[in-house]
Design a protein around this ligand. Structure first.
Ligand SMILES: N[C@@H](CCC(=O)N[C@@H](CS)C(=O)NCC(=O)O)C(=O)O
Length: 212
């Protein structure tokens, strides 16, 4: 039985979709992503940063969304969520996931948590503005990479498509982010991923109101 430290709107939702797709039992442990709300001590013991997702199982625990994604997909190859180690698409799969994490997510961080990137409160709007531009730059890289492909990896649906969808739900034009319409290839994939039963279930609050 897996335990997933979980908060709405966060990257833990993408991991939850993967657990649903794989079909393993899991328990959610509610936590928060708000700066002024405490985290459970059990979460902090595993991830002192206080971030989600954190995944716990019988004899281990890890954090970092991409690490959890690769770990789960490799553990359950029968779910067909990732190319095998010797598959030609494996490199693109890993490259895209790491780029999502260290570049696209980092740009979101600049806009959502500017205090981590600015020395003084007065500098925070500058960090946010740069984050908004960085979002445009990094999503454009992904949009160009996807091109006319059906999925991130071409003809094979994978966890990278779930991850892409998850990241699109964080776009908030009201905060100065680009709109998804600026990235038509990304949008094409996100529009199909959202129709999967697992995604409809977990993202029901977002589907009902994208400003939830
Ligand atoms: N690099 C980490 C980042 C995780 C992350 O930033 N999670 C956000 C929610 S999506 C969070 O927990 N924010 C609360 C905080 O940073 O204190 C990962 O990909 O798992």
């Amino acid at each position: 039985m897996y335990k997933l430290f979980y908060a709405l709107k966060s990257a833990s939702m993408g991991v939850r979709v993967m657990l649903e797709e794989i079909g393993v039992p899991y328990e959610l442990i509610q936590t928060s992503v708000k700066m002024d709300e405490p985290r459970p001590p059990e979460q902090l013991a595993i991830n002192p940063n206080g971030w989600v997702p954190v995944l716990v199982w019988d004899d281990g625990a890890i954090y970092e969304c991409v690490a959890i994604t690769v770990f789960l997909c490799d553990r359950y190859p029968e779910a067909n969520l990732a190319p095998a180690i010797n598959d030609a698409r494996r490199g693109l799969y890993l490259q895209t996931l790491v780029y999502f994490s260290n570049s696209v997510q980092n740009a979101f961080q600049l806009t959502y948590y500017p205090d981590r990137f600015a020395d003084t409160p007065e500098d925070e709007p500058s960090a946010q503005r740069r984050g908004n531009r960085r979002l445009r730059e990094t999503w454009k890289v992904i949009d160009d990479q996807v091109g006319d492909n059906k999925w991130v990896l071409g003809d094979q649906f994978s966890a990278a498509d779930i991850y892409l969808f998850m990241l699109t739900t964080w776009l908030r034009p009201a905060l100065g982010h680009p709109t998804i319409d600026e990235f038509p290839n990304v949008k094409r994939i996100a529009d199909v991923v959202v129709q999967r039963p697992s995604v409809r279930l977990i993202y029901e609050p977002w589907i009902a109101d994208p400003h939830y």
